[in-house]
Design a binder for this molecule. Structure first.
Ligand code: SAM
Length: 208
């Protein structure tokens, strides 16, 4: 299995410095997520990047495990965590596909800006489904590129070959929702900012 680990390690310092593209949309996603979080919850965030979201949500739950493929991203995240008093938050470098999580052990999983970067989103969604307890929640924010830039599939392979962009999968919101429902999830909430190219934020629940 090929991962874009070199790409993400290389851009990690720049990624950490970049401002959030749409602050209002980011805050809305945080607020929606927070409305579901409870103090007793066990949470996993995969592909956590430099940990900004994890640092904001961790104080609201019992345990927050944040992971990312890139050791450089995790190094930056861990440096930020070290400046806080959070002892229920851990950062760990590992690809989602290699995480060893007990089935039905988590209350919530977050995957922000990641499903369109995976070779096999269906496998990832099934993996998340298996980790969740009945009634558990999957929060995701995904660029559904087929809905606003379908031609990108023609140039994306060249861009990733030249290491200008990571590997990307081009699919629509409908295809993403179909993947979630095929795995067994029900879509509980959708949030899509007005801009056509904005990522789609979904709250999906594993039935009780
Ligand atoms: C676009 S960034 C998003 C980071 C963060 N979630 C955010 O919203 O700012 C994508 C992240 O996914 C990570 N990543 C890529 N493939 C991954 C995989 N297979 N497993 C875990 N993390 C992965 C990258 O290292 C990178 O940090």
């Amino acid at each position: 299995m090929a991962y874009s680990i070199g790409f993400w390690n290389r851009i990690a310092p720049r990624y950490a410095r970049q401002p959030v593209a749409d602050q209002a949309a980011y805050e809305e996603k945080l607020a929606i997520t927070r409305s579901y979080l409870r103090p007793e919850m066990q949470v996993l965030e995969f592909a956590c990047g430099t940990g900004s979201t994890a640092l904001l949500h961790a104080p609201l739950v019992a345990r927050y495990r944040a992971t990312d493929l890139s050791p450089k991203m995790i190094e930056i995240a861990e440096a930020k965590r070290a400046q806080t008093a959070l002892d229920n938050l851990t950062f760990e470098a590992a690809p989602l596909q290699q995480l060893d999580i007990e089935p039905q052990s988590l209350d919530a999983v977050l995957g922000m800006s990641i499903l369109h970067l995976l070779d096999d989103r269906d496998a990832a969604i099934r993996q998340v489904y298996d980790m969740l307890k009945p009634g558990g929640l999957f929060f995701s924010s995904t660029a559904c590129i087929a809905d606003f830039m379908p031609w990108f599939r023609l140039i994306a392979p060249l861009g990733s070959f030249l290491r200008l962009i990571p590997r990307v999968s081009i699919f629509s919101q409908l295809a993403l929702e179909n993947s979630l429902t095929a795995a067994g999830f029900t879509i509980e909430q959708r949030f899509k900012p007005e801009s056509a190219s904005a990522s789609v934020f979904l709250v999906a629940r594993k039935p009780d």
